[in-house]
Design a protein around this ligand. Sequence first.
Ligand code: SAH
Length: 586
Amino acid sequence: MSAPAIVILGAGALATARRIQELYVARDAHAAPGSVVECQVHALQGRVEADVAYSELGAHLRELYARGTPIVALCAAGIVIRCLAPLLSNKGAEPPVLAVAEDGSAVVPLLGGLAGVNVMARDIAAALAVQPAITTSGELRFGTCVLNPPDGYALADLGQGKRFVSDLLAGESTRIEGDAPWLDDAQLPRSESARLAIRVTPRVWDGREDELVIHPRSVVAAVVVGDAGTEVDAADMIAARVRAALGTHGLAPLSLAALLAPAASMADPALAQAATLLDVPLRFADASADHGESSAAALLHAALRVPHETVHDAANFALALSPLAIDPLTLGRARGRLTVIGLGPGRAELMVPAARTALNEATDILGYDTYVKMAGPLRADQRVHGTDNREEMQRARHAFELASEGRSVVMVSSGDPGVFAMAAAVLEALEASQNDAWAAVELSIVPGVSAALATAAQAGAPLGHDFCMLSLSDNLKPWTIIETRLRHAAQADLVMAFYNPISRARPWQLDKALGIVREYRAPTTQVVLGRDIGRPGGTLRTLTLGELRAADVDMRTMVIVGSSLTRKFARGDNGAQWVYTPRWYE
Ligand code: SAH
């Protein structure tokens, strides 16, 4: 489980928050080196300073919740319930949510019974030397949630599980059959002669009501696809084949730990689709068939580091069964992913949901520190690679190196990643490389709201007709090209959005550029300046080309120069001014 976010509203809760934080920091000492290990305290901006600042409690709690981050909120339980209420009707993975009194006198598990909230409540209460307010009957009686087996195990049927626990609560005892080490410390009423049994087995549950069946994820299916892998229905065929083979051997579908395939077929979409259909991770390994084994069996041999038995072996398909649950992460490697995302101008609501999803799924995040901070809060298990001192191509290559090791890498840009940002560098690095492992990386680019669009929206609709986007930076292109383009764009009466308008290293270029534009456009031409749009302290100014001075602009400013038709008007009591370019032309 990832480290919880400890959320506070005021300074009065900080001491208790730090005590809870210590509990998780101490645990994280065992985390992989290089990973960001802190469990962070999130504090309301302007009230108290901690590790992460948020501006609105409700939105922040909902975002953490939606991301699956465990929440320890040091405030009234009612506040937390009200904040999360809109999300509660959606069934789905529910992270643990606890309310803790700010003086540490009460620990109340609220949500996430099947995600271990009571375990957290016990741990935190123990650290604060109080009794947790546990309300789950089965848990109270047995000291553990029998229906919440640890990673690597799956409950066969939740409905049956609930009936089983009711029977136990009604006074019955149970036997345990199979290997259930996590139940060793539970205060279950155990008896060898009991009618009820907890059975840990990869075999299909036969529907007996007196059994609680838990499947260890102990089966791996290896599939070697030929050219047929690219057929339209190949995924369905693979999934059907796996299910049929499991059925033949009496194994439950929930016992499947992973689908394994040769690394050479990493980019085959049918395999990814089949793994999705089977709801298991897809892993890859290299193997050459020998000793009379089929290539699929050889693959299992190469990837499985634990004792196992090959229970099914057809030429290009094999099943292995281990006596214990198998951690898929120890099996070969995953297909690496590189997702180049744009964060939008700054505010979280202006980031597209696909970018948020990519961030949630990332193991590694690359980008300028400022952008990585904007992308947060990140989970403690996500690695951040500061890239301030690297040039773009080097950064792009670094991303492919990480992804080709099987990691899920996200490269962050501000705005849109394809607008004067990292996406082009990533593609250039890929095209120039001869590396097959890079080519097998699952590459995708997620668009974002570019600064010109965010600025335009705030001003009205200055980009309402034909427009162009120009970077005024001559770092990567000769100044003469910029001049030629400016001249053509100005002459064509296009609205122009200037990115990178000025910097300390490029002090004279903006004046030169404006001089060219003024040759073609009247001094009354509308200009919009957006600075830090969508970020704290953002400002928007509208003025005319005649009034515009280079001193009004810095490197965090977007400059939009209107066409001859761009207009401005004020309407309404507050005198709000709107700038727009009409859709028509004369
Ligand atoms: N990929 C980014 C642009 C990167 S170039 C995008 O699509 O927005 C950097 C330039 O973008 C800055 O010099 C500035 O001109 C502009 N810019 C980026 N973010 C901005 C913001 N929040 N407000 C105003 N301008 C911004």
